[in-house]
Write a protein that binds this ligand. Sequence first.
Ligand SMILES: Cc1ncc(COP(=O)(O)O)c(C=O)c1O
Length: 403
Amino acid sequence: MLERGRGSHVWDADGNEYVDFMMSFGALIQGHAHPTLVSVVSEAMSQGSHFAAATSAEVEAAERFRHMVLSAEVVRFANTGSEATMLALRLARAHTGRTKFLKFEGHYHGWYDPYLLNAHGHAPEALGTPDNPARIPDSEGIPLTTFDDVVLAPWNDVAAMERIMHRHGYELAAVITEPLMANMGCIPPRDGYLQRLRELTRESGALLILDEVVTGFRYAPGGCQEYYGIRPDISTFGKALGAGFPVGAVAGPRAILDRMRWSDKMVLHYGTFNGHRLTMKVVAANLDLLSAPGTYRELHAMGDAAIAGLRDVFRRHKVKAIVQGFGPMFQIYFTDRDAIHDYRDYCACVDTNRYSRFVHSLLEHGIYMTPSNGLHWIISTAHAEADIEKLIRAADRACAGLA
Ligand SMILES: Cc1ncc(COP(=O)(O)O)c(C=O)c1O
């Protein structure tokens, strides 16, 4: 049980201290209790937390957001990433007049019913073939008819995507994708994959929804769409945007987002806490902090140092493991493979039990991380060289124990 956090460190109920590399599933891009954010919240709270009305705080947050994310002609705030992806699909359906959408195996877009298909890892023999994937709901309680509108496809495979888009593209409201697959650890797109997906969606009239809930404000000021040079039709954000406060956002062109304007045929997006004043204050302050020169260079350098150090530890101990990803987000896979390229590689070739044992051992050496191989290691602006050195020492000891 964790009791408190400061910077890159957390303390449990017994007073034990850990370096945190989980960072609230990546939400805490500024670490715990960042002094600027603490004072912003304290001051804002004393003036009233929320009015369920437009505030200057929301305008300031939106202005900063639009300045950083180039595709955001308009941004709309919600409370979670799940709400954002839910709204994105509704907008896409309203805009195109189509109902079906395509999601990729292994991609998680929140807990809204239609997205919960093959979002978790499963035994390889349960997956069917890439051409005819088995459709596996991730939750009880969802009517199977919900998935009638979902086209399921393997990710990172251009040929498969071309075939599927040829067959279904014309009937799709949207293709939704994470820019890098962040819910099977950290699986970057193959060179040119996202660009080809952009071409195919444009040709078919399906909107491209880039789900940047994990990657947004992490890899570059403008997210992975900036990093990879992709212009989505709609993109969704959460996590790092709120620096620990609950937030989601949908961004895109006015022609699509203006469908939420009041009219008989509007796209409905209600919610008592949308644009919550405290959250908006934090978002604006967080985006100011992230806009400071050198922020992303440092995040990348710190992450790359951790990745290089871990690779060196595994090599010295002759442990078959790869560290995949780059800069502020990465994952360790115990595998014989040189790389994990997709969901099927992950399900078939990664020793998730070994990973869990490794992470439990790191905990004994003062490193806090979740034992789920499907998540990822997060570097925040609060991490320092000493934290990375501690991680490398802990990994060294944990590897000795793995043998
Ligand atoms: C890519 C992606 N999209 C959407 C979500 C949902 O966000 P939230 O947990 O804030 O609802 C997540 C959560 O992990 C996610 O990883």
